[in-house]
Design a protein around this ligand. Structure first.
Ligand SMILES: [Zn+2]
Length: 697
């Protein structure tokens, strides 16, 4: 269906839920083009000198205008993710550069910056709500970090640094990918396949055939590399693959793929950028919009965690070495033996089948378990609801308060499809917002209620029993993923903030945004919840306790070693971006060696070039931010600890407090204030250690 008139364009109808029933790819260009030009016109109008720098005259109408664009473009992005057919991909890709260019322009618009700054410094500021103040503060902060306040003479240099940094990051990834692709190991002796699962052998055989070779071809891509390291009995094969993987994009390979010079350059430029902005190091810049306050604070956090996890990590390694020599005759245990020995030890200690566990998690039982957990915790009701959807698999629900009033709505799209992007994610369809309605009777206020998309890639129902289709069944990992994404969804849906810029997950510090999602995962490990949430697909029985105990033990397997590994990466990242001088005497590898001497229990061989493939910090968004994985885990575990202390995972007053102080305030208040208001103190690592089985005895 083509909608020739803008009035009929369903993407421009933002009066309610997205019109997935009317929408077609041809609507994208006209609607988004129209909204971009409306936004540009609005900026021209509002940035003019005659417009007062006040909330009502400037910030509110600008936010309203931008919301139209982000909602419409959000719908396009969503359909592109869940129905990635050529027509939609083209429609999305056609407008993506224009939308990106628009937001880049806005970020550099100094007239908008001047207005926000005037609001921040004006007399009205003290009279604004705290949410409005925070919106203004975030705007001013982001303009500053983008270089808006630099003296004119420094701006070209700042711009040049930004561009070179973007190019270096892209090259880092490309080199890593090319180096990964450049290696393969062709096995011609079938004896070397011993231990490998059939599907992995089959894939290796087909890969060799595609090259016109006989034998089995293994590569450094995860689906090939990981099973070799985990299962291959051939030590030679594991050693060869390990060495190739560990030395990717380093000086041992072709010079044009070596990431070493890029790392040095990236660090130098980040340091220079930080200095231009008036900060001592790049880590300080990175921390401005984060919850963590300072480099020393994070260093202390990581070192404390390392000290507490160390005895458990040492025991993990001792167990491994012992098992390797006693049961497998591997002595000394080498780096390329670790994953292999770990897998064998895990099987020997806690063998259970994922397939067996899966039979207990039937779709309806899992959903009713999830919904009743939410209802009990946050005193709301979840009910099926109606809406146009993008695929027949999609279900739609509404959340009501006890008085029956609408709180929010969400779509649930559980099953994998070929046209759906991988993984699981939450996205927002509509954000909570106060609407200023004008009518002949005067103006009045109403609240626009939030709507979310929850997307997963689980297997759909297969087969029949007694003439009826069998329900879908999920692995425990999948159930945990569903709870995780629902946690993000609740953050968005249960917000009570009316300013979209800081409602729900908006404006929440980057290192705190995983708190509600990881918090919800805890309920998948709660025995009382699991009993109600499981029913065997054939017998209807709930999960046996003995099986649950094995799952729990496997969950905590090597948690000490894993914790120290994460601390090692985090410390390295943070030190590299704070007190390390890229132009100085000490090399990046020497810094890494120092970090390992301090915290590691397993030290890789000297030729290992870990930094050359550390994309998170050199090509991703995690520079001076890798610590946030552990940071957020501590927050969520500590919040769950409050329920444990109350003696009930559904304790009513604790649930009320979590809703009131964390979920409903979103980004309208600093995350540390939310945490303190909920917990009555600063975060502590004890709950995380306890949940990971690291309990000092
Ligand atoms: Zn998440």
């Amino acid at each position: 269906m083509t909608h020739h008139n803008l009035q009929d364009n369903p993407l421009l109808d933002l009066s309610g839920l997205p019109r997935f029933d009317l929408l077609s790819p041809e609507d994208v260009q006209p609607a988004i083009g129209e909204l971009l030009s409306r936004c540009r016109g609005l900026i021209e109008t509002l940035a003019a000198d005659g417009v007062a720098a006040t909330w009502a005259d400037f910030a509110a109408p600008l936010a309203d205008g931008f919301e139209q664009l982000s909602r419409a473009w959000g719908i396009v992005g969503h359909v592109h993710s869940v129905n990635d057919v050529p027509e939609w991909r083209d429609a999305y890709n056609q407008m993506l550069p224009e939308v990106s260019r628009f937001y880049a322009e806005v970020g550099q618009n100094l007239r908008l910056f001047a207005k926000y700054k005037a609001i921040a410094e004006g007399s009205e500021f003290a009279t604004l709500s705290s949410a409005q103040q925070r919106v203004v503060e975030h705007e001013v902060r982001d303009f500053r970090l983008a270089g808006a306040e630099l003296p004119a003479a420094s701006k070209p240099r700042f711009q040049a640094i930004s561009e070179e940094l973007a190019q270096l990051a892209a090259r880092f990834s490309e080199n890593l990918l090319d180096a990964t692709n450049a290696f393969s190991e062709l096995v011609t002796d079938a004896n070397e396949l011993s231990g490998l699962p059939d599907d992995v052998r089959q894939a290796a055989r087909e890969a060799a055939e595609r090259d016109g070779a006989s034998g089995w071809k293994f590569t450094l891509h995860m689906p090939s590399y990981l099973p070799v390291m985990q299962y291959a009995d051939s030590r030679r094969l594991r050693a060869a693959m390990y060495r190739a993987y560990a030395t990717r994009a380093a000086e041992f390979g072709p010079a044009e793929l070596d990431n070493t010079p890029l790392i040095r350059r990236l660090l130098e430029l980040r340091r220079e950028e930080a200095q231009l902005l008036g900060y001592g190091s790049f880590a300080e810049v990175s921390l401005v919009p984060k919850m963590a306050e300072s480099v020393p604070q994070i260093l202390a956090f990581l070192r404390d965690l390392a000290t507490r996890a160390r005895p458990f990590a040492e025991r993990d390694v001792a167990d491994l070495r012992d098992f390797a020599s006693r049961e497998l005759g591997l002595q000394p245990m080498e780096a390329w033996d670790v994953a292999y020995v770990s897998e064998k030890l895990l099987q020997a200690r806690y063998a259970f089948s994922e397939q067996e566990v899966k039979q207990y998690f039937t779709e309806e039982r899992v959903l009713s378990g999830l919904f009743s957990a939410i209802e009990t915790l946050f005193d709301v009701r979840l009910r099926p609801d109606e809406a146009p959807v993008w695929h027949e698999d999609v279900r739609f629900f509404r959340i009501e308060n006890p008085a029956g009033e609408l709180v929010g709505q969400f779509y649930l799209d559980l099953y994998a499809r070929e046209t759906k992007r991988g993984g699981a994610w939450m996205d927002e369809a509509i954000g909570r917002r106060r609407l200023r309605l004008q009518s002949p009777a005067g103006s009045s206020d109403a609240i626009q209620k939030p709507v979310a998309y929850l997307n997963c890639n689980f297997s759909r129902p297969v087969g029949e029993k007694d003439g009826r289709p069998r329900p879908a069944i999920f692995t425990h990992d999948e159930v945990s993923t569903l709870f995780h994404e629902t946690g993000h969804g609740l953050h968005h849906l249960l917000t009570q903030v009316d300013e979209p810029g800081v409602a729900g997950i908006h404006g929440v510090e980057w290192d705190a945004v995983e708190l509600p999602s990881q918090f919800m995962e805890n309920y998948c490990w709660e025995w009382s919840v699991l009993q109600g949430m499981t029913a065997h697909i054939d017998s209807g029985e709930s999960l046996p306790r003995a099986l649950f105990d094995k799952m729990l033990a496997a969950r905590n397997f090597q948690s000490g070693m894993q914790t120290l590994r994460q601390v090692e990466f985090s410390l390295f990242d943070l030190l590299l971006h704070s007190d390390f001088d890229p132009a100085g005497e000490r090399s990046v590898l020497e810094l890494l060696a120092d970090v390992r001497r301090e915290v590691a229990v397993l030290v890789p061989p000297p030729w290992h070039r870990f930094p050359n493939s550390f994309s998170h910090i050199f090509a991703g968004g995690y520079a001076a931010g890798y610590y946030s994985y552990k940071w957020a885990e501590v927050l969520s575990a500590d919040c769950y600890g409050a329920f444990e202390e109350a003696g009930n995972p559904f304790d009513q007053s604790t649930g009320d407090r979590f809703l009131r102080e964390i979920l409903s305030v979103g980004g309208s208040r600093p995350a540390i204030d939310n945490f303190r208001a909920f917990r009555g103190r600063d975060p502590q690592v004890d709950a995380l250690l306890r949940h990971s089985g690291m309990i000092a005895v």
